[in-house]
Write a protein that binds this ligand. Structure first.
Ligand SMILES: O=C(O)c1ccccc1NCC(=O)[C@H](O)[C@H](O)COP(=O)(O)O
Length: 393
């Protein structure tokens, strides 16, 4: 039987999980009987013995809460270690010291835990996202959210739209990004009207749209995505978000998303696998984004991946280099991608027809473009400028 070691404020207590469970069940039924005043025969119990039972119950509850806190902290630590073992440098949340009087497997590894500032912008974004999602989940638990799914608009075929556009134009299909601002470039467009921009993109020949939904760093919102969907835009919509929890996928679906972004620099393999499965069950496409060889190799090792984005931007340093796309598609990796019939999207830093030709020659069937088109007076015409010709349907 698995043993759980916990240290209460002063005494060290060693209990088995089943003992802890029984403890909790006894306490809960005792509390219920005290609160309802009925099923237990309280008349035959003296006031002193009731007080004694109540204080035992309070101690049991405190122990139980301590135990949960420790378990939660240990799970977080295990997750960090697993992520680090896969080369993920980003920590999901700021490191915290262990709960009071912690004794356990991590205690001999706690020396460097005072590093409490994010290492780069991506880590900062994630730490904020973690808090934001926790709050949202508190306000709308998953069970409630799942009920909302009944009213969600039908999911459109994101991958199908990319294939169709690529066949129609012979050029990489365009995922045009509705992006007001970014940490690397600041505000890109002051007169930002998400619906007008989306409509202009659709008219200009975009196959799909990417809508940035992060508020703090990109001045986006899921309401923007919802508005675009409700305005009757037919292009399938990618919810461009920092997804760290399945809850966000359900939420995006209720707002009208057809696809979500999963970032390999942030998510360990198991999370990518799990979140991709959820997407499949819901009919959503998952764009799994990589930036380097290690991330690409991890993602190619995961079953069922259909859409991979190569980001030419390093999300930690903001450095952009479009040769990254070619580099990651060379040799064996390119062959695996071909065998698996994965659609590759070239992302970031694409401004000119020669940039598009360059990534197309490298092997992409789609491109994700923000800055170069969103900044144009008419973002639809920006698309013709980007491709060097009119690609409208
Ligand atoms: O764009 C940023 O500054 C940024 C910073 C940190 C995380 C993500 C970031 N951008 C997301 C993207 O990758 C781009 O929005 C997308 O690929 C379009 O890029 P671009 O065409 O260069 O606007």
């Amino acid at each position: 039987m698995e043993a759980t070691s916990i240290r209460a404020t002063t005494t060290r207590v060693c209990v088995t999980n089943s003992t802890a469970l029984k403890f909790k069940q006894n306490y809960l039924s005792f509390r219920k009987s005290v609160l309802s005043g009925s099923p237990m025969d309280t008349k035959s119990i003296s006031p002193n013995s009731i007080r004694a039972q109540q204080s035992t119950a309070t101690m049991a509850e405190t122990d139980y809460k301590n135990e949960l806190k420790i378990k939660e902290w240990e799970v977080g630590k295990f997750q960090d270690e697993l992520a680090a073992s896969q080369g993920i440098k980003i920590r999901r949340r700021p490191p915290t010291g262990p709960p009071l009087n912690y004794v356990g497997p991590f205690e001999f590894r706690l020396a460097n835990e005072d590093d409490n500032t994010p290492r780069d912008i991506l880590e900062e974004i994630l730490w904020n996202k973690d808090k934001e999602v926790a709050l949202l989940k508190e306000r709308m638990p998953l069970a409630t959210l799942k009920k909302e799914l009944e009213n969600a608009p039908p999911v459109r075929d994101f991958l199908g739209a990319l294939r169709k556009s690529h066949l129609r134009t012979g050029l990489p299909a365009l995922i045009a990004e509705v992006k007001k601002a970014s940490p690397s470039r600041g505000v890109l467009r002051k007169d930002f009207d998400p619906v007008k921009i989306a409509q202009a993109y659709e008219k200009g020949g975009a196959a799909c749209l990417s809508v940035l939904t992060d508020e703090k760093y990109f001045q986006g919102s899921l309401e923007n995505l919802e508005k675009i969907r409700n305005a009757g835009v037919q292009c399938p919509l990618l919810c461009k978000e920092f997804i760290i929890d399945a809850w966000q996928i359900y939420y995006a679906l209720t707002k009208g998303a057809d696809a979500v972004l999963l970032i390999a620099a942030v998510l360990p393999d198991l999370d990518i696998q799990y979140l991709t499965k959820i997407c499949k069950t819901l009919g959503l496409a998952a764009l799994v984004e990589v930036h380097d060889e290690k991330e690409m190799d991890r993602v190619l090792g995961i079953e069922g991946i259909e859409l991979v984005g190569i980001n030419n931007r390093n999300l930690g340093t903001f450095e952009v280099d479009i040769s990254n796309t070619r580099h990651l598609l060379e040799g064996e990796r390119g062959e695996v991608i071909h065998q698996k019939d994965i659609i590759v999207v070239g992302e970031s830093g694409l401004f000119t027809p020669s940039d598009i030709a360059y990534v197309q020659n490298a092997g992409v069937k789609a491109v994700l473009v923000g800055e170069s088109i969103v900044k144009q007076d008419d973002p639809g015409k920006g698309i013709s400028g980007l491709f060097g010709k009119d690609i409208s349907p």
